[in-house]
Design a protein. Structure first.
Length: 332
């Protein structure tokens, strides 16, 4: 299952209404004979890709998949029937499919005489597909607020211009996150002050194969020579401050996961609208002494449940869930 989750997370797919799913086919001798992951709407599902690689070796094998195999016919056929036709003897999956039409595939498999084992590494698999679950549940993208701060909470020095705060390892991790999300959002203030490219890059500086949509929020005009206007990634300009409208527009484009990298004003606006679901907080071992703080004074209290804390190079990285009153279920 860990390998299936790795495949799901590594899927290089465009924004899609479908979840990222990974699957491995394990032969009777315990060897993996097929691997697959879903590549986006209209393409073969993970199970079908893995079965195709396994070929005849799938007969009598175990299919291990991160999401309950679907039972409906959409743009592709039902994965349950593909597994039955391939002759697998057992299906192990992590998370139930909540879809009214696609869910309950486990029952179809059991009726066909296939052993089904649900719930294996469910929390880890759900976290890998949390953006899809969130967008289905809440009708808007999952929003992660990312910031890099000094020990005294500053995001830039007294000059208020581009300030290198974290080390190379943390910056590489930030680019990993960029390559996994569907969109990066900043304000026009950040574009005017820093002229960021907002692309996902390798440590060498080379562009990665998957690039998020760049979204610039605000009324001010973006210079024609700004790097967000180049052709390295698509860019959407949202010329007002109506963040709920922006989230609705992104959801309509099948954007499931948004990374907010703007400055203090934009971060506070997302928080004040109740639109932040996660935080990704980089803390560097430096005291800047002056300069803008990560969040402006007067912001309401927001409780954060820490999911993971790690040391990356010389920096500390905190991944947390923003808790809100009335939440019945959060996608962790």
């Amino acid at each position: 299952m860990s390998e299936a989750i790795r495949l799901a997370r590594s899927a290089d797919v465009p924004p899609s209404s479908n979840p990222r799913v990974g699957c491995v086919i394990v032969g009777p001798d315990g060897d993996i004979v097929g691997r697959g992951h879903h590549r986006g709407s209209g393409t073969a599902h993970a199970e079908v890709v893995a079965l195709h690689e396994a070929g005849a070796r799938a007969r009598g094998a175990t299919a291990v998949v991160t999401l309950e195999p679907c039972r409906h016919t959409g743009r592709t056929g039902p994965c349950t029937q593909a597994l039955i036709d391939a002759g697998v003897s057992r299906v192990v999956y992590a998370v139930d499919d909540p879809g009214a039409e696609s869910g309950s595939g486990a029952a179809v498999l059991r009726e066909a005489g296939i052993e089904v084992v649900p719930g294996v590494l469910a929390d880890e698999a759900r976290h890998a597909a949390r953006a899809w679950f969130h967008s289905r549940t809440h009708g808007r993208p999952l929003v992660t607020l990312k910031s890099a701060v000094s020990l005294d909470g500053r995001v830039a020095d007294a000059g208020r211009g581009p300030t290198s705060i974290t080390g190379a390892e943390a910056r590489a991790l930030a680019h990993d996150w960029r390559s996994e999300v569907d969109a990066i959002v900043v304000g026009t203030g950040t574009v005017l002050a820093d002229d960021p490219s907002l692309t996902a890059r390798e440590p060498s500086g080379a562009l990665r194969s998957r690039q998020p949509l760049r979204v610039v929020v605000g009324h001010r005009e973006t210079p024609a020579a700004a790097r967000v206007r180049d052709d390295s990634a698509p860019t959407l300009f949202h010329p007002d401050h109506d963040l709920p409208a922006l989230m609705a527009a992104l959801h309509a484009q099948d954007i499931q996961h948004v990374l907010v990298e703007g400055g203090p004003t934009l971060a506070a606006a997302f928080l004040e609208h109740g639109l932040v679901d996660e935080v990704l907080w980089f803390i560097a071992p430096v005291l800047l002494g002056d300069g803008p703080e990560a969040l402006p004074a007067g912001l309401a209290r927001h409780a954060v449940t820490v999911r993971r804390t790690s040391v990356v190079g010389e920096d500390v990285v905190i991944e947390g869930i923003v808790e809100r009153a009335g939440d019945v279920h959060r996608d962790r």
